[in-house]
Design a protein. Structure first.
Lengths: 254, 194
């Protein structure tokens, strides 16, 4: 093997090669750290939105349902958009971290653990600081995809129906759903009507019961409509959260 | 009194080289041969090609001196850059299959390091079989075994050179060893069967 030490030094001198600046050489490293940090914050936001949606499930409302049906409803109405986006962010975070200067030193499992831990903690903090609610309010787009709550209460076959009372009779009221359907709801002394529910015109309620025939249902439990902006403890803007998208704004304010 | 370049440590030479390229000559002198044989072991290139690659590597090292922070030893860092440059060169010249070309002594050394085998004399008689076994070893195992048993690198250093987690490096070496033992058993090269 030839000694080319002098040749290399001569090349360096003749071609005026100088060591690159730290910033230039580390640019890729900084870029991946930036991506990694951004992805973690996004993941935390998505996680907080998942919490928001899961908490909206209000499990006590579903206690009258059989276990199988409960899980079916949960499964059908999980916030898949946020879950999917969270999965993408975790994967992107893994890839970005592995591309950082020392990222190769850690196993994928370890990095995934750190990412999940960070996302869980920051996501929970975002939830408790109601940052997720504020973000959720500002989301444009098709609510049917983004917000599963409406869908959860539009399953009369499964015994769940939500909407606005448009007329009240004797042990019966008429409910208008967000889809514009009108349903007859029968209730009686055996029906559990939650304390904060008023069976009055323009009130929005959710009914758990059994479908009798086309557009009529027997109510077992009646609760305040748990659409966002309507549930207990919610801080959502009512005008923004009106489930009756085609209704005048004032109809949504009760 | 200022130390001569030959007395300076690698890290000191890095600092000096940033200011004065003449100091870099000492680093090249120290590592050109080691990197040349390392590349030769992990690639199939001819000597002339390897010399070109080594020169490119030293220019690359020189350009990158500012990010050398002493977290890795200069040696490990140079090996890491060399390995990446060699893989890039292999990818560029994909006309031939990717394999490693080892000298007979290197093959025997790897074999002996992993397997409780017969005497070296007997081993040389079975050289053809040993060559077959080593040549058939998948590249990912061969690469880490070269670093461990020929370059005599620690697991941490191998981790930094091949840029894989330490656990993965250990697993690759263990699996490579398992394959060697299995193949040696098949060919009746183990002491227990002799």
């Amino acid at each position: 093997m030839k000694d080319f030490s002098k040749k290399i030094v001569n090349t360096i001198k003749q071609e005026h090669i100088v060591p690159d600046s730290k910033l230039k050489i580390n640019f890729k490293n900084y870029l991946f750290w930036f991506i990694f940090s951004g992805v973690l914050l996004l993941g935390a936001l998505f996680f907080s939105l998942i919490i928001l949606n899961i908490i909206d499930l209000k499990p006590d409302v579903f206690r009258h349902l059989k276990l199988g049906r409960f899980f079916f409803l949960v499964f059908m109405t999980l916030p898949y958009l946020w879950i999917g986006l969270l999965a993408i962010t975790i994967f992107s975070g893994l890839m970005a971290f592995r591309k950082t200067k020392k990222g190769y030193r850690y196993s994928m499992l370890f990095i995934a653990g750190i990412i999940v831990l960070f996302i869980s903690v920051v996501g929970a903090l975002a939830h408790f600081s109601k940052m997720n609610s504020r973000f959720d309010r500002s989301i444009p787009g098709p609510r049917g995809i983004v917000h599963p709550m409406e869908g959860r209460w539009q399953r009369p076959e499964e015994g769940l129906l939500g909407g606005e009372i448009i007329e009240v009779g004797d042990q019966i009221f008429f409910l208008k759903t967000p889809r514009g359907e009108e349903w007859r709801i029968f209730y009686g002394i055996e029906t559990e009507i939650k304390k904060d529910v008023e069976i009055k015109k323009n009130k929005k309620v959710g009914v758990l019961g059994e479908k009798k025939d086309d557009k009529s249902m027997e109510a077992f439990v009646i609760i305040r409509l748990p659409f966002r902006g309507e549930g207990k403890g919610s801080d959502f803007s009512e005008s923004r959260k009106c489930p009756f998208l085609d209704a005048p704004q004032k109809e949504c304010r009760d | 009194m200022q130390k001569s370049y030959s007395e300076a440590t690698d890290n000191e030479l890095v600092e000096l080289s940033i200011k004065n390229p003449n100091a870099f000559e000492e680093l090249v002198l120290r590592y050109q041969s080691r990197l040349f044989y390392y590349i030769k072991r992990i690639s199939y290139f001819e000597d002339e090609d390897i010399e070109d690659i080594v020169q490119e590597i030293f220019i690359k090292i020189y350009r990158s001196l500012n990010i050398f922070d002493g977290d890795l030893s200069f040696s490990t860092w140079a090996y890491q850059i060399s390995r990446n440059a060699t893989i890039d060169a292999i990818r560029r010249k994909q006309v031939r299959p990717q394999t490693a070309r080892l000298e007979e002594d290197d093959m025997i050394k790897i074999f002996k390091s992993n397997i409780d085998i017969r005497s070296e004399l007997e081993l040389k008689e079975h050289l053809r079989e040993i060559k077959l076994i080593i040549n058939d070893l998948p590249y990912k195992y061969k690469e880490v075994m070269i670093l461990r048993f020929l370059e005599e690198r620690s697991y941490e250093e191998i981790m930094d050179i091949v840029q894989k987690p330490k656990g993965t490096v250990a697993a690759l070496i263990a699996r490579g060893r398992k394959i060697l033992i299995k193949e040696a058993e098949k060919r009746n090269l183990l002491i227990s069967q002799g």
